[in-house]
Structures are given as structure tokens and as C-alpha cells.
Ligand binder design. Structure first.
Ligand code: KG4
Ligand code: ZN
Length: 356
């Protein structure tokens, strides 16, 4: 089964062909970072215009480099949410048109389900592991969640951020330090060799045992990053000497460590409480080498297998969307014209993909 995947939820224009839900035959990603950099963040209008201009060429390239013909495609999968409405619309419109033209099924995929699926892409995942219950940390620019995952069952949310996402905390931190956009990769670069204990930044407020957050989640499995960003702001106000040279390297290393530590703390607590059979991490922030290292240590301590998405599958891509569709994590929309975008689309309600 060859599936063409399309992803335009934010600032990457992407298309890919995946066979049998696992084998990536092609994976083409055009990152719009240069287009958004002058504004210090993603501008929805710029993103959707860029998707319109780039998507046709990206689609052609994805099919050509897969060495298949258009007629060899068995289905078209597309991200319908969550994401920027005007950006999602471009991918969804293209997917509908292709599904109709090729007379193939259209499969709507939740972007977060795609990120989850990215840990299974490629070789190296032990057979049968996915059928046992795992614990996954989803860390991107817009989301930070802990979810229980088992086979094709609906993922169950067990914790999430109460304010900023981890990637957002890194992006905002980099902005305060005038390091540029996107913040995650630049913070990772600058932090290399820095003193991670230079400043003790907050790791998110501690919750009392049994405290419940919105949605009935355990408060101590939820994240909070807005205090961290404010702490950085005050530190720079009170210690302007920290914004250059060696002190800045130490400050950035301490900031990155606070984000990573906050994530690892909740993963450890959730794993001890829920006793999963495996751990996983996906999403743009999962590219971070310090986070990967700390997750490796955590998995070893818990004696659990760790599934990490390959770096190129961490940040937004369409291979994960095609793979999610191929593993039954999407929702067939028939007729294709019934598909609408879902800018706010919670994970685990894939059957609600159609109908606005
Ligand atoms: O998953 P993604 O590509 O898009 C969303 O769905 O949001 O994640 C983007 C986020 C950004 O906040 C970016 O700063 C962060 O991932 N990111 C990183 C790294 N590469 C991207 N954060 C830390 N270290 C990295 N190497
Ligand atoms: Zn994403």
C-alpha cells in the first residue's frame, strides 16, 4: 500500500510517499524558516502563500523521487489539524483534488498522531512492541503532552502544558537573547560546552499530591513554561553582562537544561506511576541532543526500550502523516469534498476528522 502524505499545518511544506506504513520511499520538506525569520516567528499569511507557491513542485518531487508513478499511489493522506487554518487549507485543498483526480481514498490525519507515528518510521522497532502500552512525550512548537499509546487504540492524554509549549519556551527564550528564530536549534548550538548549573531556572511549579488540572489530568504530570521565560527576562534585566560571550553560553545552557529537566521530571513520574512497556519521544524538540541524551539515561534507569524519531522525522514532515494513515491512525473521508480543516484538533478523536 503506497500512500502519498501531505503536510502544511505550519511553516513546512512537505510531501512524502510511504509504503506499508513504514518504508519511506520519498520525503521532501521545504522549510519556510527564511521567509519567517525577518518577523521573528511564523506569520500565517506568509505561510499559506508560500504553501500555495511551493506545494505543487514538492508534490511532483515526492512522487518522482519515490520512483513510483501517480497511478501507483493507493491513497492520499493529509494533515487536517491542529495547525494554522489558512496553512492547513492549502494541503487539504490539494489532497482533495488529488484524491478526486486519481480516484483514490482520502485519509485525514491528526498532526499529533503523525508525530506519534514518527517513532515507528524506519527499521529497528522490535516486533510487537507497539501492541503493548507505551508512554510518549510529544514536544513541538505548539504542543507538549504526555500520552499513553497502545497499538491502534486511541491515545490517552495523561499530561500537557498549562501554558507555553516546550518549543515555544525555547523560541521565546532565544528571542529575548536576540539569538534569532527558530530558537530550539540555535539554543542547542549555543549551549554546547556551557555550564548548565550557572543559573537555577524554575522547572515548573510543584503540585500537591492529588491536585487535578483542567480536563481531569493529574496536575503533577502537567508542564508549565511561562515562569521560566519570565525568569530569563528578569535575569537579563538584573545581569545584562549575561547577554554576551561566555556568560551567555552558560545562561543558555542553564535555560535549555531547565526545559529538558522539566520534561524529564514528568516523564519519570508518569513512567513510575503508569508502568509503560516502552518510552517514546517525538516532535521538533525531540531533535535536541541534550533531551535525547537525558531520555536515554531515563530509559536505562527505568529499564525500558526507548523509541526516538530519527532527527529528520522529528520536525514537521509528511512521511509521518503518510505512515500514520498507513497504520490506521487516520480517518477516511468519503466523499473527499467533505473534509474540512480542524485548526484545534485534539489527539484521539480521529473519527471526527470530517465535518468541520
Ligand atoms: O514539530 P515541529 O517541527 O512543529 C510544530 O508542530 O510545532 O516543532 C517545532 C519546534 C520549534 O519550537 C523549534 O524551536 C523546536 O521544535 N526545535 C528544537 C530543535 N529543532 C527544532 N528544539 C530544540 N532543539 C532542536 N534541535
Ligand atoms: Zn509538528
Amino acid at each position: 500500500m503506497n500512500i502519498l502524505g501531505i503536510e502544511t499545518s505550519c511553516d513546512e511544506t512537505a510531501a512524502a510517499v510511504v509504503a506499508d506504513g513504514r518504508r519511506v520511499l520519498s520525503n521532501v520538506v521545504f522549510s519556510q524558516i527564511d521567509q519567517h525569520r525577518p518577523y521573528g516567528g511564523v506569520v500565517p499569511e506568509v505561510a499559506s502563500r508560500c504553501h500555495v507557491e511551493r506545494l505543487p513542485g514538492i508534490l511532483r518531487e515526492a512522487v518522482e523521487s519515490s520512483r513510483l508513478g501517480w497511478g501507483d499511489l493507493d491513497a492520499v493522506a493529509v494533515t487536517c489539524g491542529p495547525g494554522l487554518a489558512s496553512a492547513l487549507l492549502v494541503g487539504v485543498a490539494a489532497a482533495k483534488a488529488l484524491a478526486l483526480r486519481l480516484e483514490r481514498p482520502l485519509i485525514a490525519v491528526n498532526h499529533l498522531a503523525g508525530h506519534l507515528e514518527s517513532v515507528f518510521l524506519g527499521e529497528g522497532v522490535p516486533d510487537g512492541l507497539a501492541e503493548r502500552e507505551g508512554l510518549a512525550l510529544l514536544v513541538s512548537g505548539g504542543h507538549t503532552s504526555l500520552v499513553q499509546v497502545r497499538g491502534r487504540a486511541r491515545p490517552r492524554l495523561v499530561g500537557q502544558t498549562l501554558d507555553d509549549a516546550a518549543g515555544e519556551a525555547l523560541d521565546k527564550g532565544a528571542k529575548l537573547l536576540h539569538l534569532g528564530y527558530p530558537g530550539g536549534p540555535v539554543i542547542e548550538r549555543v549551549a554546547v560546552g556551557g555550564n548548565r548549573s550557572y543559573v537555577r531556572f524554575p522547572r515548573g511549579p510543584l503540585a500537591a499530591p492529588g491536585e487535578v488540572a483542567a480536563g481531569g489530568l493529574d496536575r503533577d504530570l502537567c508542564f508549565s513554561f511561562s515562569g521560566l521565560k519570565t525568569a530569563l527576562l528578569y535575569r537579563l534585566r538584573d545581569h545584562p553582562e549575561d547577554s554576551v560571550g561566555e556568560p551567555m553560553r552558560d545562561l543558555v545552557a542553564s535555560y535549555q537544561e531547565a526545559v529538558v529537566d522539566a520534561l524529564i521530571g514528568r516523564v519519570r513520574l508518569a513512567a513510575t506511576r503508569l508502568r509503560p512497556a516502552w518510552l517514546a519521544c517525538a516532535g521538533g524538540v525531540a531533535r535536541n541532543r541534550r533531551l535525547r541524551e537525558r531520555l536515554g539515561e531515563t530509559a536505562e534507569w527505568l529499564q525500558l526500550p526507548l523509541l526516538l524519531a530519527r532527527p529528520e522525522f522529528c520536525t514537521d514532515n509528511a512521511a509521518m502523516i503518510a505512515a500514520a494513515a498507513g497504520s490506521g491512525r487516520g480517518c477516511r473521508v468519503d466523499p473527499p469534498s467533505a473534509l474540512d480543516v480542524r485548526p484545534s484538533f485534539p489527539l484521539g478523536v480521529e473519527d471526527a476528522a470530517s465535518g468541520g
